[in-house]
Ligand binder design. Structure first.
Ligand code: IPE
Ligand code: IPE
Ligand code: MG
Length: 267
């Protein structure tokens, strides 16, 4: 950890770390444009941000980290040359990272419609997740060719199949748990914190069901400039929030508690 990270880390309450952080890694194209470089140079530079973020999250004991690497829409709507570049970058990242993931006891998984990706990429993905499957530390989930609405469509399909095997939907208890169990993220707790870089104020079809009560943190930092220190800043901001889930604050007031208030509570 560098000095800046250590300073922020010491201000955090280790008992109230988010159990699952989800990140929308955005702004690679703008980062490159500002430097008069091609968009793909931004994607390449984004790998260092991924490395630093993953390592810091694992080191401070975050149980689950989910990174939105590319959406189904990115895959369908961006020029083939950019998509091909992203695929090659992903394969290179997976190959290069297995060793560090193992050293940090990180398990790797994916969400998204994997079967629509090129077979060579699927093989690389299976190789990396297989090589880390015995690790017991942080679960790193990469969202690749991911769309939250497609995830919900796929959940409906898998529910319908389960229903036909079990004598119809009437014989099943349809509740939130059942739906969660049919999402790609089954078994994972919902994210407590969602971070979006580059200042955009939208979810862009990311984890629509799972983010129902997540705290949202938007930073102007462009993804290639994001590092562990920025992750810790996001967590620090998260710890100042007052999560109410539709109820009242502990003092009975529905108003947002002030920063001073939150600090006082922490002491
Ligand atoms: C995020 O950066 C990476 C992906 C979506 C693959 P962008 O490529 O969306 O960068 P901007 O938003 O154009 O700056
Ligand atoms: C969201 O970024 C998807 C990822 C970061 C992978 P986009 O750049 O695709 O989102 P929009 O198009 O600005 O909503
Ligand atoms: Mg973008």
């Amino acid at each position: 950890m560098d000095r800046k990270e250590t300073d922020i880390y010491l201000r955090l309450d280790p008992a109230r770390l988010p159990q699952h952080i989800a990140i929308i890694m955005d702004g690679n194209g703008r980062w490159a444009r500002r430097r008069h470089m091609p968009r793909v140079a931004g994607h390449r530079a984004g790998v260092a941000a991924v490395r630093s973020t993953v390592e810091t999250a694992a080191r401070i004991g975050i149980p689950a980290l989910t990174l939105y690497a590319f959406s189904e829409e990115n895959w369908k709507k961006r020029p083939k040359s950019e998509v091909d570049f992203l695929m090659r970058l992903l394969c290179r990242y997976l190959k290069a990272e297995i060793k560090t993931l193992n050293e940090n006891n990180i398990r790797l998984k994916y969400i998204g419609r994997q079967h629509e990706l090129p077979e060579s990429v699927q093989r690389e993905m299976a190789e990396a997740s297989g090589a880390t499957s015995k690790n017991t530390g942080m679960l790193l989930t990469l969202a690749l060719n991911y769309s939250a609405r497609s995830e919900i469509v796929d959940a409906f399909r898998s529910l319908a199949e389960a229903a036909s095997r079990n004598g119809g939907l009437d014989h099943m208890q349809v509740d939130e748990q059942l739906i969660s169990d049919h999402l790609y993220t089954r078994g994972l707790p919902d994210p407590d914190l969602v971070i979006r870089t580059s200042g955009e104020m939208r979810l862009s079809n990311f984890l629509l069901w799972q983010l129902a009560y997540a705290e949202i943190y938007v930073t102007q930092t462009l993804w290639p400039d994001f590092r562990g220190a920025q992750l810790l800043e996001g967590i620090e901001e998260y710890q100042k929030r007052d999560r109410r889930y539709g109820g009242l604050a502990p003092d009975g007031q529905p108003q947002r508690t002030t920063r001073a208030h939150a600090e006082a509570k922490r002491r």
